[in-house]
Design a protein around this ligand. Structure first.
Ligand SMILES: CC(=O)N[C@H]1[C@@H](OP(=O)(O)OP(=O)(O)OC[C@H]2O[C@@H](n3ccc(=O)[nH]c3=O)[C@H](O)[C@@H]2O)O[C@H](CO)[C@@H](O)[C@@H]1O
Ligand SMILES: C=C(OP(=O)(O)O)C(=O)O
Length: 430
């Protein structure tokens, strides 16, 4: 075992992804473990006595940040390959510095876990990709229902749970993924029973509950709108395999699709992908599933995607909106997208237009008139999925595309260029 040092690139600002378009992508790929599952699972390690051993952790800068937070809290973190081992028995602190909080949105899920473990927590507001306002009012409201006292001072959240957290009734005004996770983490060891209604139903919630239950928690109904958590006094660290990343899978499918290619993905949970599979099928792609494998075969020219409306799970995931928009951009006809989750998640559209796409925006609606051919140009990633979408568009474009600020892509895709090269793409980090 070595001290944890995942080989994330932590790249400097002047780096770019260089794509020479035109190659048809063909081949096989094993999909990484889910970022959005790994991060709350690492926070869950704080609640456990003994070691948490997580297999299938992707090598991402966000995972690196989560491990840095854990180490700063006094946890021991080691890794072998994609297995991370965390022991929180020697935890010494209950605060996270602003510099780490602002690195990623998921830093906020440490709040529920630290509060439960220490009875107090001090941290600031989380950072992450700019997708419009991303308040945490629902997280704080939910934790207050469990007895937390939270004050905001100079941008810092000062949280205590005098007498410990107690179970309670919580109804979320919106099925927020992060607020649901924070509540599961806070309630798992609270005194008494917590009932959460209008909970997020994303598969990552089930993964978190699955791990906590393996450690001794009593959580019922994860994956449904009503979750019941009977608090237990102790949780014991366990071994667990992170679920496959449904958004990474959709991204590689889109990459193959825009090049008229064929890709066989391994380690996929097709059930989690149902909301996006119909979008692929509407473009004329053939999709075949067998066990944990999924085969996508794209036609030479895609049909339009027609309609995409992002919604909480089981609706179409907002995280797949940008990659799928690249397919609409080269489809034979007009597609209409409606982004219902985040206020400002179309920053990639203007950059796609630089590559020759025809996308018009009006509020939450994007109208995409497919063009037969994109043409390479310098563009800039403004967020994680938008950055991946620009690389995908570059694969379909004639000539060279340079995508600046690839550090966004490193937040969510492990070995992105390497994986695309394995499928035949001409793509390099420069
Ligand atoms: C690390 C992680 O898992 N990130 C995912 C998580 O983000 P995240 O957990 O931040 O997303 P939420 O489900 O909380 O946010 C959805 C919507 O609710 C709003 N909201 C949320 C919390 C709150 O306290 N108040 C509030 O108004 C947000 O501004 C947003 O408009 O779910 C999103 C929606 O599927 C995904 O795009 C992100 O990839
Ligand atoms: C928006 C995302 O992540 P985060 O919530 O961590 O910013 C994402 O994974 O697409």
């Amino acid at each position: 075992m070595e001290e944890y040092e995942l080989e994330h690139t932590g790249c400097a600002r002047q780096e770019a992804v260089l794509v020479r378009g035109g190659n048809r992508l063909c081949g096989e790929l094993t999909v990484q473990g889910a970022k959005n599952s790994t991060l709350p699972l690492l926070a869950a390690a704080l609640l456990c006595e003994g070691e948490t051993v997580l297999h299938n952790c992707p090598a991402l800068s966000d995972v690196h940040t989560a491990v840095t937070i854990l180490r700063r809290l006094g946890c021991r973190c080691t890794h072998t390959g994609d297995t991370l081992t965390v022991c929180a028995d020697g935890m010494t602190r209950c605060d996270i510095p602003h510099s780490l909080m602002r690195e990623m949105r998921s830093s906020i899920v440490f709040l529920g876990a630290i509060l439960s473990r220490c009875g107090e927590a001090r941290l600031s507001f989380p950072g992450g990709c700019e997708l419009g306002p991303r308040p945490i009012d629902l997280h704080l409201e939910a934790l207050r229902k469990l007895g937390a006292e939270i004050r905001e001072e100079h941008g810092c959240l000062l949280c205590t749970a005098p007498g410990g957290l107690r179970g309670g009734f919580v109804s979320l005004a919106f099925p927020s993924v992060g607020a649901t996770e924070n509540l599961l983490l806070a309630a798992a060891r609270a005194k008494g029973t917590t009932v959460l209604t209008n909970a997020a139903r994303e598969p990552e919630i089930e993964d978190l509950a699955g791990y906590l239950n393996r450690c001794g928690a009593h959580i019922h109904g994860a994956g449904e709108s009503c979750i019941v958590i009977e608090g237990v006094p102790h949780l014991y660290g366990s071994t667990y395999t992170v679920m496959p990343d449904r958004i990474a899978a959709a991204t590689y499918m889109a990459a193959a699709a825009v090049t008229g290619g064929t890709v066989l993905l391994r380690d996929v949970n097709s059930e989690h992908l149902l909301p996006v599979l119909s979008a692929f099928e509407s473009t004329g792609c053939a999709v075949m599933q067998s066990g944990s494998e999924l085969l996508l075969r794209a036609p030479q020219r895609l049909k339009p995607v027609r309609h995409v409306r992002t919604m909480p799970y089981p609706g179409f995931p907002t995280d797949a909106q940008a990659p799928v928009m690249t397919m609409a951009a080269v489809g034979d006809g007009t597609s209409i997208f409606v982004e219902n989750i985040f206020e400002s998640r179309y920053k990639h559209a203007g950059e796609l237009n630089r590559l020759g796409a025809k996308i018009k925006l009006e509020g939450k609606v994007a109208v995409i008139e497919g063009v037969p051919q994109l043409s390479g140009a310098p563009v800039s990633a403004e967020d994680l999925r938008g950055g991946a979408a620009l690389v995908i568009a570059g694969l379909a474009a004639q000539g060279e595309t340079q995508v600046m600020h690839p550090q966004y892509i490193d937040r969510g895709y492990a070995h992105f260029e390497e994986n695309l090269r394995a499928l035949g793409a001409d793509v390099y980090r420069i």
